[in-house]
Design a protein around this ligand. Structure first.
Ligand SMILES: C[S@@+](CC[C@H](N)C(=O)[O-])C[C@H]1O[C@@H](n2cnc3c(N)ncnc32)[C@H](O)[C@@H]1O
Length: 245
């Protein structure tokens, strides 16, 4: 019997934001390899019949190298198992899901991509910040504040009329703001930092490109956090007045 790998998005961490398809494949899984940042979904996994393998980071360090995870996915599938590779948010948004899918395709292993709600949209949205709004910028750009930062064209980014959503950007927030200001973005552009979105520990800090890094330092904000740069941040005040986001 041939096994199959499901590359599944767990959404932004709340069980009720998991898709129906994700729920189906999780319930049917023989083995689940899961990352950190899956929130309530982690508890739910314990109720399934599957063997659970945590492959996320511990104290910022990867417990497993990407090559080890790729190899495990292939081996379990070749044993005829239904394998769920569960990732926070959407697997194809800064989640290495693309790399894993590529590896499985090259190895000739059957796989299915199950999309999830990305934290890049849901974390700001639930904090009262829609990433687009017709009155403001006509585009939204998602960037990583992490390893591929050097490859970004900061000049183009600063000049683009776009909301900028940064994942994994907390430790480089100061240089991100500096790069944007030096390349011509208004230093008064509103910025929101949403720490541990959709959880009981959620905190939201609002400032500008000029002062947000200092505020984040002073408040000792820690990962995970989504950073939103753009005028849409101003909507938060209105949206939070009467909504139960
Ligand atoms: C490796 S990326 C994975 C993103 C994921 N694939 C997605 O679509 O949401 C991890 C980053 O997502 C963001 N993130 C994920 N969950 C979050 C949460 N609950 N609150 C704030 N940020 C979160 C943070 O920027 C974190 O550093």
């Amino acid at each position: 019997m041939k096994g199959k790998v499901y590359i599944v998005g767990a959404g932004p961490g709340r069980l009720d934001l998991l898709t129906i398809r994700a729920l189906e494949v999780i319930k049917n899984a023989d083995v689940i390899l899961y990352d950190d940042l899956i929130g309530d979904v982690a508890e739910f996994l314990k109720e399934t019949k599957a063997e659970l393998i945590s492959v996320g980071k511990r104290r910022g360090l990867h417990k497993f190298e990407q090559e080890d995870i790729n190899r495990m996915l292939v081996e379990f599938a070749r044993e005829g198992k239904n394998v769920v590779r569960l990732k926070g948010g959407d697997p194809f948004v800064f989640g290495r899901g693309g790399e894993e899918a590529e590896f499985l395709a090259k190895e000739g292993v059957d796989f299915e991509y199950v999309p999830g709600i990305s934290s890049a949209i849901a974390v700001p949205g639930c904090a009262g910040i829609p990433v687009t709004h017709r009155r403001f910028d006509p585009a939204v750009v998602f960037i990583t504040g992490h390893e591929s930062r050097e490859r970004l064209n900061w000049n183009a980014l600063a000049k683009l009329n776009a909301t900028i959503v940064v994942l994994m950007g907390l430790s480089n927030l100061e240089s991100i703001c500096k790069n944007l200001i030096e390349n011509g973005k208004d230093a008064e552009t509103p910025v929101a930092v949403i720490e541990k979105g959709l959880s009981k520990e959620e905190r939201i800090l609002v400032g500008t490109l000029k002062d947000i890094a200092e505020k984040v330092r002073a408040e000792r904000v820690s990962s995970p956090a989504v950073i939103v740069i753009g005028k849409v941040v101003e909507l938060r005040e209105t949206l939070m007045q009467s909504s139960k986001l």
